[in-house]
Design a protein around this ligand. Structure first.
Ligand SMILES: NC(=O)c1ccc[n+]([C@@H]2O[C@H](COP(=O)([O-])OP(=O)(O)OC[C@H]3O[C@@H](n4cnc5c(N)ncnc54)[C@H](OP(=O)(O)O)[C@@H]3O)[C@@H](O)[C@H]2O)c1
Length: 335
């Protein structure tokens, strides 16, 4: 065992992308566990856009990370020592590990970490993406709020990301025409050729708005919105009467001091149903959704992909990669 735990602490609130001076890599003494506690070695960190939101002192669905605290993140860890009744050495768990190489699990918060089942066709990292926050977000967001019907047109922004790539495949399973918007030709090729989207549009090409019109000849019934801003506006302009806007994320606004709010004029004119959600709202149903996602994966109906960055020291750079479009599929830091 090492003598210290390495931890990224939030020391300043970013403006724009995360700057090197916003997070500090520090060392804390290695803990001695007490009754009711377990210690786990972090193996993988889930890198999520919401981390940038947690760094900001703005109203949000969880308290912002306090200055001086270990930066919050989801992760996957392996128990190395336990005096906790629910965990034994070697168990793999997922939960809010934070950006650090070991995490102390306290019996006072028994549900903050879930023990992972061992399923032959699933890798550890599947539990962070496909069967983690992203798969669950895709599943509940699309099925509960989007309510897809066969033959409807579904458009997804950040479509080659961890969440968007799964939304599109679930849309195909439900018989939708699926159009993805993403930021590179490689991403567009992946979602179209490998994942079976009907059309993919690179929003960095001039003329992408005309391509969106051509790809949605019957208009748009469901907008699974991950980005906001200009992309959301172009999609809203194509919405059909009584369409549904699944407001999942607004990533284009997360790194701006004054996030531009999308115009909701089309919402009014077209009587759209817009519903925001946070995946934690569906926590009591995660197990059932996980079974369905796992089944689709086993049947080959869902494919996933990861972008893996190696080393705890790379975590801050990895957060910025999300805002620079440098990931395809789920972005993970491997320790
Ligand atoms: N509501 C919830 O409970 C919930 C849960 C999870 C995630 N989310 C939201 O879902 C969205 C996707 O999250 P994720 O974890 O799956 O991340 P992700 O899609 O894997 O990665 C983020 C992607 O967003 C795109 N992007 C970044 N900045 C952009 C900009 N200014 N304009 C257009 N595209 C931009 C980039 O792809 P391109 O190359 O295509 O630009 C980037 O790869 C985020 O908005 C996130 O906050 C919400």
């Amino acid at each position: 065992m090492p003598n210290v735990i390495r931890q990224w602490k939030l020391v300043a609130r970013p403006t724009g992308l995360v700057a090197p001076s916003d997070l500090q890599l520090s060392e804390s003494p290695f803990p001695t566990i007490q009754d009711g506690q377990a210690l786990a070695r972090v193996k993988y960190l889930s890198i999520d856009p919401t981390m940038r939101v947690w760094m900001a002192d703005i109203p949000q669905y969880m308290p912002p990370v306090a200055l001086g605290d270990v930066m919050r993140s989801f992760g996957l860890a392996e128990i190395v020592e336990s005096r906790h009744p629910d965990f034994k050495k070697g168990d793999k768990v997922s939960g809010l590990t934070g950006l650090q190489d070991y995490v102390l699990i306290d019996g006072k918060e028994p549900r903050s970490f879930q023990k992972l089942p061992s399923i032959p066709f699933l890798s550890d990292t599947n539990f962070l993406g496909l069967l983690g926050i992203n798969g669950l977000t895709a599943y509940f967001g699309l099925l509960e709020i989007g309510k897809p019907q066969s033959g409807e047109t579904l458009v997804i922004s950040a479509a080659a990301g961890a969440t968007g790539s799964i939304v599109g495949q679930i849309g195909k399973i439900h018989g939708c025409r699926v159009v993805g918007i993403a930021g590179s030709d490689e991403k567009c090729q992946w979602i179209k050729d490998d994942l079976g989207f009907d059309a993919a549009i690179n929003y960095k090409h001039p003329g992408w708005k005309q391509q969106l019109v051509a790809a949605t000849p019957n208009g748009i019934d469901i907008d699974f919105e991950n980005v906001g801003g200009e992309i959301m506006q172009a999609v809203l302009d194509r919405m059909n009467l009584h369409g549904r806007v699944v407001l999942c994320g607004l990533i284009s606004g997360y790194t701006r001091e004054d996030p531009a709010m999308a115009s909701f004029g089309q919402v009014l004119m077209k009587r759209l149903r817009v519903e925001g959600f946070i995946i934690l709202d569906y926590a009591s149903r995660f197990m059932d959704a996980g079974k369905q996602l796992g089944m689709w994966k086993m049947m080959g109906k869902l494919k996933d992909r990861q972008t893996i960055v190696k080393g705890l020291e790379k975590a801050p750079e990895a957060i910025n990669m999300l805002f620079e479009g440098k990931n395809i599929g789920k972005l993970i830091v491997e320790l």
